[in-house]
Design a protein around this ligand. Structure first.
Ligand SMILES: NC(=O)c1ccc[n+]([C@@H]2O[C@H](COP(=O)([O-])OP(=O)(O)OC[C@H]3O[C@@H](n4cnc5c(N)ncnc54)[C@H](O)[C@@H]3O)[C@@H](O)[C@H]2O)c1
Length: 450
């Protein structure tokens, strides 16, 4: 591996000072992320699963033999620069949450205990119409949406001051809200702001966090299925304020596997009759998703992935009539150690049926934590690059990625990874990699000249 120099980057500048990671939703995912960062900083753990910490990118031709670490290709904030603040409707500090969530071993929690203990959530915005199944004891006392927005904005300013940070990224990892259809109030910024003024019930807690966060200049990452940066009104705000936005719903386990396997079927032109996915999960996320209206929000992000990969219009004989079903069952004994089963009914030559079975015994928050780290560092990079609006190059991280209006989002994990790395190459002043099959190496032409 050869060394690359961060000063290669054409536009973004080297970050200085602290970067505040401000987190609505101090639960299993976010405490596993925070504890992991602290353990890596202390040399007590490895950042496995993180592209920013362990990933590489090839530069130039294969014969150039030039592969660099992604963190050397573009100037990203270092782990030592990260500081954390949070809001939650439950008042437990991060140490108590990490212990209760039982994702990490006692030894690992001890290694990060001082930092975790110091993170006490500010009161969160609670609306029982959106999330029900929670032991709420730390709800913000505010009478109107306007007051809620003002309180979150004041909290952000206070966080930055006390944490000594002049930059902040908002990482949203609160519980999944019940499904609600966005409407006219979410179409334009003018209507959205009028709905906030009118204290309209169509404005959810998530929408207040995103609006307030962006008004304070924070790039926003939506790790959940909740409506926020996917709303046209918020996208208008992102353009107006020149802020990057990314979402939605972290692509961690079963859906990640789906976006690996579905492109393989398509690549080999194998047909699909049905894809049945089910899960058992016993953490608090699973408890919240036990509410059918909250599960429906998750169902929407989990079922959307096949439609843009296995497109019936393009392949009528293969993908015009398949059944796709997804379910999640709350099963307490399993805790965060989710188990997912997939049964795929596919067809081959002359339409003969075959089956694939996948049984993924995963750990939900262990898979999600490195995605949080990468997203925070990349969104801060995007912000320093003055990139605004939807960050399509970060589709890699989401179940339900966003694309510019009129374009289909990309779900194929490896196309997403290519997009991401090429975006970084270009940002660093390097050429994108095309993977052409006919390459010319010196005198050895791959074509016989007649
Ligand atoms: N674990 C994964 O692999 C994964 C993958 C994709 C998405 N997600 C999503 O990430 C989110 C977090 O997952 P988790 O496992 O950490 O869940 P969790 O239940 O452990 O944490 C969620 C936290 O959000 C808090 N909360 C709820 N409403 C809030 C509000 N309005 N304001 C502030 N805090 C609020 C809850 O009290 C809880 O502490 C969920 O929406 C989940 O669906 C998780």
């Amino acid at each position: 591996m050869t060394q690359s120099n961060a000063s290669n980057a054409k536009s973004a500048t080297k970050p200085t000072g602290k970067l505040a990671v401000l987190i609505p939703g101090l639960g299993a995912v976010s405490t596993t992320f925070i504890a992991g960062v602290e353990l890596v900083r202390k040399g007590l753990g490895k950042p496995i699963g993180s592209l920013t910490q362990m990933g590489t990118a090839r530069l130039g031709k294969r014969t150039d033999n030039n592969t660099v670490m992604i963190k050397d290709l573009v100037p990203l904030a270092g782990l030592d620069d990260l500081v954390f603040g949070a809001w939650d409707v439950v008042g437990e500090d991060a140490l108590t949450v990490a212990k209760r969530s039982a994702v990490l071993s006692e030894k690992d929690i001890d290694g990060a205990a001082d930092l975790l203990r110091s993170i006490k959530p500010r009161p969160g915005i609670h609306d029982p119409a959106y999330v029900r199944e929670l032991p709420v004891d730390n709800a913000m006392k505010a009478a109107t949406h306007v007051e809620r927005v003002e309180q979150i904005r004041a909290d952000i300013r206070e966080f930055k001051k006390t944490l000594g940070a002049d930059r902040a990224v908002m990482l949203f990892t609160a519980s999944t809200e019940k499904f609600h259809q966005p409407g006219k109030n979410h179409e334009t910024l003018k209507d959205f702001e009028a709905a906030i003024e009118a204290n309209d019930p169509s404005i959810s807690p998530t929408m207040i966090y995103v609006y307030a966060g962006m008004k304070e200049g924070c790039p926003f990452i939506n790790g959940t299925p909740n409506y926020s940066v996917d709303l046209p009104a918020i996208q208008e705000l992102a353009k107006e304020l020149c802020l990057p936005i990314a979402g939605k719903d972290l692509k961690s386990g079963q859906t990640m596997m789906k976006t690996v396997l579905a492109p393989a079927l398509k690549a080999r032109l194998l047909g699909l009759r049905g894809w049945f996915s089910t899960n058992i999960l016993g953490n608090r996320d699973g408890e919240v998703l036990n509410d059918p209206e909250a599960f429906h929000s998750k169902e929407v992000t989990k079922t959307g992935v096949l439609d843009t990969i296995l497109v019936g219009e393009d392949y009528p004989d293969l993908y015009s009539d398949y059944t796709h079903k997804v379910s999640i069952h709350y099963y307490k004994p399993r805790g965060d150690e989710k188990e997912g089963w997939d049964n795929i009914d596919l067809t081959g030559w002359l339409d003969y049926p075959m089956q694939i079975k996948v049984n993924f015994l995963c750990r939900d928050s262990i898979l999600a934590a490195p995605l949080c780290l990468d997203l925070v560092l990349f969104m801060d990079f995007a912000m320093r690059n003055h990139w605004r609006g939807i960050q399509e190059w970060l589709s890699f991280y989401f179940k339900c990625p966003m694309a510019a209006p009129g374009l289909s989002p990309e779900h194929d994990l490896f196309i997403q990874l290519t997009k991401l790395k090429n975006t970084l190459r270009v940002a660093a002043g390097e050429a994108p990699i095309t993977h052409l099959g006919l390459e010319y190496y010196g005198d050895d032409l791959p074509i016989c000249v007649p």
